[in-house]
Ligand binder design. Structure first.
Ligand code: SF4
Length: 396
């Protein structure tokens, strides 16, 4: 008699599904009641349990079905590293060749997790450490949610109790709007009461300015929007953020106006990384005020535009420098004197390279950008022994 060889069925990673997806999986694949999905979500996201045998309020038969058809596969922690100032960084293995970093930043009354959306980034902003690493691929929903799961478990975070993880910013490696579906689905889990229970306002997506996708985001999600602006005019922004050549400032601001207007009282945050003698001059502060005042007027709301000033964090091989404290304060004062909210983001996690622009991942680069960057460093004699060049980060 011929032996029947059964292939292992491909198991569905439940971290890949939001509430709706999980309900469908329970109904269509398992033939179970949809509400069973809610119990499983709580086990995974509130109690951080990944083994079905430990989900004790599920019947034996259901647990057996889940074993056959599903799994809860979380990212592999390659290392985690606390900083003296409370910042915590994880290097998470996403497959055999790529790893990304996730950073937790506690502050007065809040704890923010900076989450990555891609392995590397294809956009090549000239001041960004991630850009030097090139691009490999989008992260799946499970890989994005897995970053939150890992931090929440470490922090003992449970929704509806005193939480240490209060905010998520999609501001790590990658351009989140270039990985739209996976990011939107992951943000839905972050905001779901059965997931991480974060209010819409407390989940922020930061984009370099993919205009059509900002409009799509307005239709499909309800999170806070941040834009990596970094320059008040097209001439300079074309140099810093090459995507600007495709979607210049006027189009970008118009999309931001549409986003802010979809809901009364919504503001948009504009990230502005200050680089010495590049974009930190008084004239540029005045230009920025004009640009953002026009935004406020178009939205018809005072302080519709908020600015985050981020002093540049230098990395080996970069041509940019951080302005001195006097220049940073002078730039901020010009904005404040014009009545704008413009905090300077404090550098956190310096001792573990977790400050903005310093995240390191491991990118199996498919764009050859790493090799070009190494060549530049070699030519300048700046590469450290062992090939230790800078790693990844977004938006700053
Ligand atoms: S700043 Fe953001 S969008 Fe630009 S290259 Fe870096 S990660 Fe990509």
């Amino acid at each position: 008699m011929n032996e029947v060889v059964q292939n292992n069925p491909i198991k569905q990673n439940l971290l890949d599904l939001d509430r709706e997806g999980l309900e469908c999986f329970f109904a269509d694949t398992l033939g179970e009641k949809r509400y069973r999905a809610h119990q499983v979500m709580k086990w995974i996201h509130h109690r951080h349990v990944t083994q079905f045998e430990d989900m004790t309020d599920l019947g034996k038969a259901l647990r057996a079905k889940l074993e056959t058809h599903a799994e809860v596969r979380v990212p592999q922690v390659q290392f985690d590293k606390p900083s003296e100032d409370g910042t915590h960084k994880w290097l998470l293995g996403m497959d055999g060749r790529n790893a990304i970093e996730t950073v937790y930043i506690p502050d007065k009354g809040r704890g923010t997790l900076c989450v990555s959306s891609q392995v590397g980034c294809a956009l090549n902003c000239t001041f960004c450490s991630t850009a030097t690493q090139g691009f490999n691929r989008n992260l799946s929903t499970a890989e994005i949610v897995g970053q939150v799961w890992t931090a929440a478990r470490h922090l003992g975070n449970v929704p509806h109790k005193q939480r240490r993880l209060t905010n998520v910013v999609m501001m790590g490696m990658g351009e989140p709007l270039a990985n739209f579906d996976n990011v939107v689905r992951a943000m839905s889990v972050m905001r779901d009461d059965l997931g991480y229970g974060l209010a819409n306002k407390r989940v922020t997506l930061s984009t370099a300015g993919m205009v059509p996708m900002i409009d799509r985001l307005a239709q499909e999600s309800d999170v806070s929007l941040a834009v990596s602006l970094h320059a008040p005019n097209d001439e300079l922004r074309d140099q810093l953020v090459p995507l600007n050549k495709k979607y210049p400032i006027e189009e970008l601001m118009a999309a931001c106006v549409r986003y802010a207007k979809r809901k009364k009282g919504e503001s948009v945050t504009f990230e502005y990384t200050l680089m010495k003698d590049v974009n930190d001059q008084p004239q540029q502060a005045r230009e920025l005020v004009r640009l953002l005042r026009a935004f406020d007027n178009a939205v018809q709301m005072k302080d519709a535009a908020k600015v985050n000033l981020i002093p540049f964090n230098p990395f080996p091989g970069t041509r940019y420098q951080r302005p001195d404290e006097t220049a940073i304060r002078a730039f901020q004062k010009l904005l404040n004197d014009a009545g704008m909210i413009a905090p300077v983001r404090r550098t956190r996690g310096d001792d573990i390279d977790a400050a903005c622009g310093q995240l390191k991942g491991q990118v199996a680069d498919r764009t050859r950008r790493q090799a070009e960057f190494r060549k530049t460093l070699d030519a300048r004699g700046e590469r450290e022994a062992g090939g230790n060049e800078p790693g990844a980060a977004h938006a700053a």
